[in-house]
Design a protein around this ligand. Structure first.
Ligand code: CO
Length: 185
C-alpha cells in the first residue's frame, strides 16, 4: 500500500526516535513492504518511518537502479532497523540532496564520506558495516530523519534564507509533488 508522505513542518519529522522492540512490533513486515512501495512510487532512494508518520527508528534504502556503480555484494536494497552510526570519517564531500518531505527542493550538503553503522535487517539479524560513497550519503540522510533532523538543517544560513518561502509553503501543506503528501499534526 502506498502511504502518504509527511511534509516538512509535520511534528513527527522532528522526533528523535529511540530503539524499539522490532520483534514484537505488530505489522512490521507489512510496514517495510509499504515503505518500499511508497519510496518506489515517489522515485525516492530512501525513506524513513517518520516520513510516513511513524516515530520509529527505521528507514529503507533502495539504490538497485544504480547497481552498476557499486561493488558486488553492496547492500543496496535494505531496511535499517534500530540503526546506529558510531563512526564517521573519510573526506567530507558536498553533494546536492533532495527529500521526499521537501518535494522539488535540492541543496548542497556537506557530509563525511565513510561511516560505520550497526543495525538489524528485516529478519532482525544484526549487522555492523563500513559503508562509503553515495550509499553512505543516502544512509546519513535517512539516519538524520530518525534523529529528527532534516537536510535543510545542514545548509548554510544564506541558502536557508533564500528558500524560506518554500519551507513556509510546505509547512502549510502546499506542494506540487506527483505523489501523495500530507501535513501531519
Ligand atoms: Co529525506
Amino acid at each position: 500500500m502506498i502511504l502518504p508522505i509527511y511534509l516538512y513542518g509535520s511534528p513527527v519529522l522532528r522526533v528523535e526516535t529511540e530503539d524499539f522492540d522490532a520483534a514484537n512490533y505488530p505489522g512490521l513486515q507489512q510496514l517495510i513492504a509499504d515503505m518500499f512501495e511508497t519510496m518506489e512510487n515517489a522515485d525516492g532512494v530512501g525513506l524513513a518511518a517518520p516520513q510516513v508518520g511513524l516515530p520509529l527508528r527505521l528507514f529503507t534504502v533502495d539504490l538497485t537502479p544504480l547497481e552498476d556503480e557499486f561493488p558486488a555484494g553492496t547492500p543496496l536494497k535494505r531496511v535499517f532497523i534500530n540503526p546506529h552510526i558510531y563512526e564517521r570519517d573519510g573526506e567530507e564531500e558536498k553533494m546536492k540532496e533532495g527529500c521526499l518531505s521537501l518535494p522539488g527542493l535540492n541543496e548542497e550538503v556537506l557530509r563525511p564520506g565513510r561511516i560505520r553503522i550497526r543495525y538489524q535487517d528485516e529478519n532482525l539479524q544484526e549487522h555492523d558495516q563500513e559503508i562509503e560513497g553515495y550509499l553512505a550519503r543516502v544512509i546519513q540522510h535517512e539516519y538524520d530523519h530518525v534523529d529528527g533532523i532534516m537536510f535543510v538543517d545542514r545548509i548554510s544560513p544564506l541558502r536557508k534564507n533564500l528558500i524560506k518561502s518554500k519551507l513556509a509553503a510546505f509547512a502549510k501543506g502546499k506542494h506540487n509533488a506527483a505523489y501523495r503528501c500530507k501535513l501531519g499534526k
